[in-house]
Design a protein around this ligand. Sequence first.
Ligand SMILES: Cc1ncc(C[n+]2csc(CCOP(=O)(O)OP(=O)(O)O)c2C)c(N)n1
Length: 646
Amino acid sequence: MARLLDSLDLPKALKHLTLGQLQQVAGEIREEIIDTVSKTGGHLASSLGVVELALAIHTVLDSPYDKVIWDVGHQAYAHKILTGRLNEFSSLRQYGGISGFPRTDESPHDIYNTGHSSTSISIALGIAKARDLKDENYSVLAVIGDGSLTGGMAFEALNHAGQLGTSLIVVLNDNEMSISRNVGGLASYLSRIRTEPHLLKARRRLERIIKNIPIIGKDVSESVRKLKGSLKYLVIPSMLFEDLGFTYLGPLDGHDIPLLIRTIQQAKAKGGPVLIHAVTKKGKGYPPAEKDPRAFHGVGKFHVPSGKMLVSNGSRSLSEIFGEAVVKAASKDPRIIAITAAMPDGTGLNAFMKAYPNRFFDVGIAEQHAVTMAGGLASQGFIPVVAVYSTFLQRAYDQIVHDIALQGLHVVFAVDRAGLVGEDGPTHHGNLDIAFLRSIPGMTVMAPMDEHELVSMLDFALHMQGPCALRYPRSSAMGKKKVKACPPIEYGRGLLVENGKDVAIIALGSMVDPSLDAVGILRQEGLSATLVNARFAKPVDESLILEVSRKCKKVLVVEEASTIGGLGNAVSDIICNKIQEKVDFAHLGIPDDFVTHGPREILLAECGLSAMGIAEAAFRMCKPRGAISLAHEVSQSVASSVEGVT
Ligand SMILES: Cc1ncc(C[n+]2csc(CCOP(=O)(O)OP(=O)(O)O)c2C)c(N)n1
């Protein structure tokens, strides 16, 4: 049967649909999302939960004249479909296809690039003030989840917006979930509003009142005022949002399209800062996701009828291996504490959470607090391990500098998803950590070449002093050891893996393995290469660098990190400052640009970070006029990405 969705000129057509038609479109959007994400992977449960919300918003507002900002943006699939991207939707998260997050270069309806949490209210407030200053008249609406509301920035923005009093609508999409169950006092507060019996009664009353308020005309704001007066303080003992200066409307059923439409109309007519509290079900409309929204928050490919995940290579992720290793270490040392910022699953710390619940802290989406709290614990003799994705650690830079390094505290940073993450794209790539961590006095930065070295480095990090970061990519374990000899970690010492004479390749972490394959390719081309596993990005092994540079006179540094500020800069400084004779230097890493989304292997290859790319770069240094044979069988050298979503 032909879909109504295919015949509509969206989003304009929404305003002319009947309720029945809007409900039909909601169903069709859900099917489209489930079908596509089952093939592409993506943020399924979050997107299914806001279909009615997206429909109501685009029915009432005139996007892109009115501005809609989706916090994190992982839940914006329905918004994408409703704003003219139905035909491209099957390319979601694919290389060259549409992004899994709002992107301003993709559509004028995507007002801001998002991917990191808790930014939407600040963005919306800035846009609303710009509107006021330019004497313009559009509406600005931010949608923020209850998980994202645990981020400090969201509170900073609410605090400011309430004071400024400008017209701004914040829709709180409350599904009781972050990726895992939401945490903290705010979650308990929202839960109380949702479930206390006398508040439930008030909620029904509120819904009745809203349904009876005229949609247009001067009675509207009077009705809203009365409505507020009748409910505020009377039924909800401490109206946090009202006290901050917002008109609070809710809690409302976030799947009731007419109720949502009317409430957004009310909020628009009322003016000033308004918070609509919409209660939604994460995974709505797809039973496996409703049952297990955590597993379906971010998924790889799956079988639609059963909800079974289709895992392609079955091997374990580095995150899982890290998680197991830290549990083992904690069993021997009661001082070890694990901290995550709303990512117990993604970081592998769920094992620790189960084994040592008293020594485990999920702080919510609060990376800054996670780091400084670790500082407090470390100051009292504990050994905190803060497991954070590289991209989200950016949030806590000053805390690392001021609250950890300056105090000389022993905190271990497990920096997961370091390097290119793949399909989640530029907001999630973690290529800056080496640059921003290396410049901090007293910081140690390590990167393991495989899971075996990861475990050894974690052990080393737990037993040293001072702040220490261990960075590893979004990758699966390699299984067999490729480099047989794996001597114990020594502070600031690298490892000579191959001892050739024509060119020295100095590789860091994830780049050791493809560099080893590159050495094999070079051998077939008649060149003998040295390979150093750098192990440390700080402090670097100066004596080994000097030794191989003097011997080969050609040095290629390879790292899955920004070339600016990376290991390569440290190596070139040493060569420039300490070697008199001429040494050719080249550097492969992530260029000074925001890398797009797509499979990690493709993105790495585009940066020259494949076995063939590394071999070609080394070959060019040795034979600038020659050309490497294209016939080399390049093994799948970069451990393939783990299934699923960052
Ligand atoms: C700064 C930051 N830390 C962590 C994340 C990872 N992350 C993405 S979505 C999410 C949970 C968001 O929960 P919520 O806002 O309630 O949205 P829901 O998925 O439940 O709809 C987290 C922790 C992030 N995007 N940004």
